[in-house]
Write a protein that binds this ligand. Structure first.
Ligand code: FAD
Length: 393
C-alpha cells in the first residue's frame, strides 16, 4: 500500500502480497483516488529489538516475542531460556515456557520491575474496578489505593523480586494470574537487566550469570507507517519518540480531517474495543483532544457527539455509571445511534462488592455531614438510597 496526498484527493496504491507478507503479486496492482482515508494498520507494527553488549557473540538463538508461538512450535522443550522484559508479552511467554517442557527455571530479566496486577481481585475481574469514581480521585490517592490492593491480594512485589521502579499507575499494567505462582515455585527466576553476553553466558547487573540456549526479547513494538509518503509521515510521526502527532490520536491538524488514524491508542486499563468504537464514531463527527485512560477518553470524545452517558439523563443507572466499570454499551444510551438494549446491557455488567460498599460508605458520610440540617439529610439519604436501589436492580 502507498498513500500520497494530491491536494484535495488522496492517491492510494495497493498490491496484494503472498502469504509471506513480503512478496508482491504484480498483477494485483491497483490505484484509487479517495476523498478520505482512514489508516488502521495497527500500532504494534515493528518489533523493537533490544541490543546488549556482546550480543553478537551469543551462540544460541535470539528471537523477538513476535516470533514466539508456543514451547512446542518454537522447539523450546528442555532449552535454557531467558525472557527479556516484564510487559504482558514477557510474562505470558515466561509462564508458558515455565508450565510446559521446562528443564531448568526460565529466567525473566527486567530493568524496570513491575507491579503485576492479578486478573481477579476479590473474585471479580480487575477491569471492573476501573470506574468514574476511581478516576476522579487525586492521582496520589488513586495510586496508593491501587498499590495497597495489589499488596493485599498478591503481597509486596519486592517480595517476589519484581522491584518496580515506577508507581503502579505510571505504567501500562502487566497482568498475570500465574506469574507469582511460578516465581514462588522457582520455575521462573527474576533477574535484573543484562550487563553483557559472552557466548552462551549472560551476565546480569547484580553480578549473577547463567548460560542460555535461547533469548526471547519481549521488548515491544514501534509504530511503523512505511506506506505513507515521506512528507505525510514526517508530519504525523515522531520516529525518535515513537509518538504520533495527532489531535486526539485521530487527526493531524496540518492535514485535516481527510486523513484519520483509527486504533493508534493504548488503553491504560481494560480492553481496546470500547476505545476503538468511540474513535470510529468520532471519525464520523469529531473535534478535540484525547486521554488514554479508556473511561476518560471515551467520556471526552463521546461528549463531542452527544453520547457521553449523563447521570441526569440516566438516573436509574447513576450507581453503575459512578461505581461500575465502563463498557461500549454505556455510550449507546444517548446521542446518535442509541441502542434499545443498552440499558439492560449496562445493568448486566456487575458492580464489584468493594465499589458497592464504597458507595454505601459515601452515602452514610454524606448523610452524617448533613445530619444537623434535617430536611437536607432526608433528601440526601432518600436520593442516595433511590440511586443505590435502582443501581442494584
Ligand atoms: C501479544 C499481544 C497481546 C495483546 N493482548 C491484548 C488484550 O488482551 N486485550 C486488548 O485489548 N489488546 C491486546 N493487545 C493489543 C491489540 O491486539 C491491539 O491493540 C489491536 O489488535 C489493535 O487493533 P488494530 O485493528 O488497530 O490493529 P491490528 O490488529 O494490528 O490490525 C492491523 C491490520 O492492518 C494490516 N496491515 C498493516 N499494514 C498494512 C498495509 N501496509 N497494507 C494493508 N494492510 C496492512 C495488518 O495485516 C492487520 O491485519 C495485544 C497485543 C499484543 C501484541
Amino acid at each position: 500500500m502507498y498513500v500520497l496526498n494530491l491536494g484535495e484527493d488522496w492517491k492510494v496504491i495497493v498490491q496484494e502480497v503472498e502469504e509471506d507478507g513480503i512478496t508482491v503479486k504484480p498483477e494485483t496492482h491497483r490505484k484509487y483516488l479517495a476523498k478520505n482515508v482512514a489508516i488502521a494498520s495497527g500500532h504494534h507494527a515493528k518489533p523493537t529489538m533490544a541490543k546488549f553488549m556482546g550480543q553478537d557473540s551469543f551462540t544460541g538463538e535470539i528471537i523477538h516475542s513476535v516470533k514466539y508461538k508456543d514451547v512446542i512450535t518454537n522447539h523450546l522443550e528442555d532449552k535454557r531460556v531467558l525472557v527479556v522484559g516484564i510487559g504482558n508479552s514477557a510474562v505470558d511467554v515466561a509462564v508458558n515456557i515455565a508450565a510446559i517442557g521446562r528443564e531448568k527455571p526460565v529466567y525473566l530479566s527486567t530493568r524496570s520491575g513491575a507491579w503485576v496486577v492479578p486478573n481477579y481481585i476479590f473474585g471479580q475481574p480487575t477491569d471492573l474496578y476501573a470506574n468514574r469514581l476511581f478516576l476522579a480521585l487525586p492521582w496520589k490517592l488513586a495510586t496508593w489505593i491501587f498499590e495497597t490492593v495489589i499488596k493485599v491480594v498478591s503481597g509486596d512485589p519486592k517480595r517476589w523480586g519484581l522491584n518496580p521502579k515506577m508507581r503502579a499507575l505510571q505504567t501500562q499494567p502487566t497482568v498475570s494470574p500465574t506469574l507469582l505462582h511460578h516465581i514462588q515455585r522457582k520455575n521462573i527466576v527474576v533477574v535484573p537487566n543484562i550487563q553483557r553476553i559472552e557466548n552462551k553466558k549472560v551476565y546480569f547487573i547484580n553480578g549473577e550469570s547463567a548460560e542460555f540456549d535461547t533469548i526471547i526479547l519481549c521488548t515491544g513494538y514501534k509504530i511503523d507507517l512505511p506506506f505513507l509518503s515521506d512528507e505525510i509521515k514526517q508530519t504525523v510521526l515522531d520516529d525518535n519518540n515513537n509518538n504520533l502527532k495527532l489531535f486526539k490520536n485521530v487527526f493531524n491538524p496540518d492535514i485535516g480531517q481527510s486523513l484519520a488514524f483509527i486504533g493508534f491508542v493504548q488503553p491504560a486499563s481494560g480492553g481496546i474495543l470500547t476505545i476503538f468504537e468511540t474513535k470510529n464514531r468520532y471519525y464520523h463527527s469529531a473535534r478535540h483532544t484525547i486521554q488514554k485512560d479508556p473511561i476518560t477518553y471515551n467520556d471526552e470524545i463521546s461528549s463531542y457527539f452527544g453520547a457521553k452517558p449523563e447521570l441526569l439523563t440516566n438516573p436509574t443507572l447513576a450507581w453503575r455509571l459512578i461505581f461500575g466499570s465502563c463498557g461500549a454499551f454505556q455510550y449507546r444510551l444517548q446521542g446518535p445511534n442509541t441502542w434499545s438494549g443498552a440499558k439492560e446491557a449496562v445493568k448486566k455488567v456487575p458492580v464489584t462488592e468493594m465499589m458497592n460498599y464504597t458507595g454505601i460508605g459515601l452515602l452514610v458520610i454524606a448523610g452524617l455531614i448533613n445530619v444537623e440540617e434535617i430536611p437536607t439529610c432526608i433528601e440526601v439519604n432518600a436520593i442516595g438510597v433511590w440511586i443505590f436501589l435502582n443501581g442494584c436492580k
